[in-house]
Design a protein. Structure first.
Length: 79
């Protein structure tokens, strides 16, 4: 990961779940079966260059497997 999440993730919401996720079969093949959900939330992050910013993050998670594929969608904003 080229960034580090500092503190907790805020305003977490589900974007898609189960077969509604485009890469559902890839997630099951790589990480195993579970109740997969695509999530969205806001957090304060530290970028690779040391800058600290607020960002919108997207990730996939399943119970018992945890967060996978955390991506920065937008940064430099306040929710």
């Amino acid at each position: 990961m080229p960034f580090e999440i500092i503190g907790e993730t805020r305003n977490v919401e589900t974007i898609a779940s189960g077969r509604g996720i485009r890469i559902y079969s890839r997630l099951v093949r790589r990480f195993g079966k579970g109740k997969w959900r695509k999530m969205k939330g806001f957090a304060t992050i530290r970028l690779a260059n040391g800058r600290v910013v607020d960002a919108e993050l997207h990730w996939y998670e399943a119970h018992g497997i945890g967060k996978r594929g955390v991506k920065i969608k937008r940064y430099g904003l306040k929710p």
